[in-house]
Unconditional design. Structure first.
Length: 242
């Protein structure tokens, strides 16, 4: 018996984005568990009538495959209460146990990047989730999405290319350090983040620390974990998204 887990993040789909067909095909044709590790959409906070229409094909596929898809929310897409409506599991961070009993911790990673103002913003908006369950497309929701769009776009411009220069170097280092701490303190075999747009796969002692990377205009990355009852393997893969 063998299982496969596909992990992708940071696609940042916007209306009229031609890459939405690539994602739809990926979701439809992939056999195995799929972890959407945040920032799949840009910007989607709570309910959004425009996005529900624009990405209806992707939403329909996610609903049909709800038993094999988990949505880990990011900093550009969260409080996604519409996922609850279609029966898709969503979380801010999750733990998965492989067939061979190895443990994986997954989160988008923004809360482990050391960006203080960003963390304050995220915690503030996350605290309003109960309101999103009853307010659908009014001024409140639109205002939150506009604020999120402005603040998150500042982060997106910093993160758009997989560079470890300047501030990116500090953020990437923070995320690696925190991933190692999480792995050691909680006895995880894998810790996997997204967020920083830097695809990476490294072994630290007997721990695997990985980042699913991002999807640019032409090329993207994702992770595949293959596991049986006796062994496991993780690979960082590229995908043509143009």
């Amino acid at each position: 018996m063998e299982e496969k887990i596909y992990i992708l993040s940071d696609i940042h789909l916007k209306p009229k984005d031609t890459r939405k067909k690539v994602l739809a095909d990926f979701l439809k044709n992939t056999e195995g568990k799929i972890i959407l590790l945040g920032d799949i959409f840009d910007i989607w906070i709570g309910r959004n009538e425009e996005y529900t229409t624009e990405f209806s094909e992707i939403i329909n596929i996610i609903e049909k495959k709800r038993d094999s898809i988990i949505y880990v929310e990011g900093n550009h897409d969260f409080n996604l209460v519409w996922l609850d409506d279609i029966g898709v599991k969503r979380a801010r961070e999750i733990e998965i146990i492989l067939l061979n009993r190895k443990k994986i911790f997954l989160a988008h990673g923004d809360m482990y990047s050391g960006e203080l103002m960003h963390k304050i913003y995220r915690k503030t908006v996350l605290s309003t989730e109960k309101l999103f369950k009853v307010i659908t497309n009014g001024y409140f929701t639109k205002s939150i999405n506009k604020i999120g769009e402005f603040l998150s776009n500042l982060s997106y411009r910093k993160n758009i290319s997989p560079s470890t220069r300047g501030k990116r170097k500090e953020i990437f280092a923070n995320m690696i350090k925190n991933a190692i701490d999480i792995a050691e303190k909680n006895q995880y075999d894998y810790v996997i983040f997204g967020h920083c747009h830097i695809p990476s796969l490294m072994k630290v002692g007997n721990k695997i620390i990985a980042n699913s990377g991002y999807w640019g205009k032409k090329e993207g990355t994702f992770l595949i974990i293959t596991a049986s009852q006796t062994e496991d393997e993780i690979k960082l893969q590229k995908i043509n998204v143009s």
